[in-house]
Design a binder for this molecule. Structure first.
Ligand code: R5P
Length: 310
């Protein structure tokens, strides 16, 4: 097995490599003067089972192009099988046409990865499970739930805890987590008139006196989260925490969350945390490398990946 890392989340790739006791394959990914990307794999990969670790996070287009070029280099170097390991799959939120004459960019990105030469894809908490179907190659969608559930069980009194979906679209994800910790579920009715601006319309479920855990796949501007936390506290919640897989945290998101009434936001390191995230008073990062490393090991040995989530 060979592991190749792009530049988006080197720290995660190195921790995965340590878990697998497999050093990262020597490769250079650098820029020409005009910022075109150049890749050179500096070890023989002929006939190898290669896993390329790259989150297509900010700057999304650069990181996406980088992984496409790495895959192309590996294919031309006769790798036997190439798995694109995308802990964060950017463009996932553009998974349908929101209006006439708009793209389905998640499908376009799936096509690009496939046509570059990937044989398999592994990703984590896809924005919508059906994006798996955008790929015509085997695609494993891993779940961070076991990692989050372990953390929640260590910290919460579960009989007074309520899991909350911050919008109707996230109900399936939140319900799955609520089931794992045997907690009740509440739902925030969120509307989004414009991208990046959300407004809470209603809360479905009685949250008064409860410790609430908001569960979502992405925190981007933080608007959804902060508005949901305010709405829950206004309806008598004791405190509000959030467990969210991908800390996109664009623009002023970290400042917004630090200034909010949210007790704690827990994210994974699927996206490399910035310094601002690392020092934020109410943001904590859960490492995800063991889960991804184990899924890679099982894929390499042709063993069950789904049993990781039983
Ligand atoms: C949307 O459906 C996603 O699941 C997240 O709720 C959304 O991306 C969060 O965005 P923001 O933090 O900008 O409100």
């Amino acid at each position: 097995m060979k592991l190749v890392a792009g530049n988006s989340n080197r720290a995660l790739a190195e921790t995965i490599a340590a878990y697998l006791e497999t050093p990262l394959t020597k490769a250079v990914v650098r820029r020409f003067a005009d910022m075109e990307i150049f890749v050179e794999i500096q070890e023989n990969v002929r006939g190898e089972d290669v896993f390329v670790v790259q989150s297509t996070s900010f700057p999304t287009n650069d990181h996406l192009m980088e992984v496409l070029i790495i895959i192309d280099a590996l294919r031309r170097a006769s790798a036997k099988r190439i798995t694109a390991v995308l802990p964060y799959f950017g463009y996932a939120r553009q998974d349908r046409k929101p209006g006439p004459r708009t793209p389905i960019s998640a499908k376009l990105v799936a096509n690009l990865i496939t046509h570059a030469g990937a044989d398999r894809v592994m990703t984590l908490d896809l924005h919508a499970g059906q994006i798996q179907g955008f790929f015509d190659i085997p695609t494993d969608n891993l779940y961070s739930a076991p990692v989050m559930v372990r953390d929640i069980k260590e910290r919460f009194e579960l009989n007074n805890t309520m899991v909350v979906s911050p919008d109707v679209g996230g109900v399936v994800r939140a319900r799955a987590l609520a089931k794992r910790i045997d907690a009740q579920l509440a739902i925030v009715d969120k509307r989004r008139e414009r991208p990046g601006e959300s407004e809470v319309m209603n809360v479905i479920g009685d949250v008064s006196g409860r410790s609430c855990i908001l569960v979502d796949d992405i925190v981007d501007s933080g608007g959804t989260l902060v508005n949901a936390a305010d709405a829950l506290l206004a309806r008598g919640a004791k405190e509000v925490h959030a467990y969210i897989t991908h800390g996109v945290l664009s623009g002023g998101a970290v400042a917004r969350i630090t200034a909010s009434k949210l007790k704690e936001l827990v994210i994974t390191d699927s996206i490399q945390p910035t310094e601002a995230v690392r020092v934020a008073r109410n943001i904590r990062v859960l490492p995800i490398a063991t889960l991804i490393g184990e899924a890679i090991a099982r894929t390499a040995h042709e063993e069950s990946v789904s049993s990781l989530f039983d």
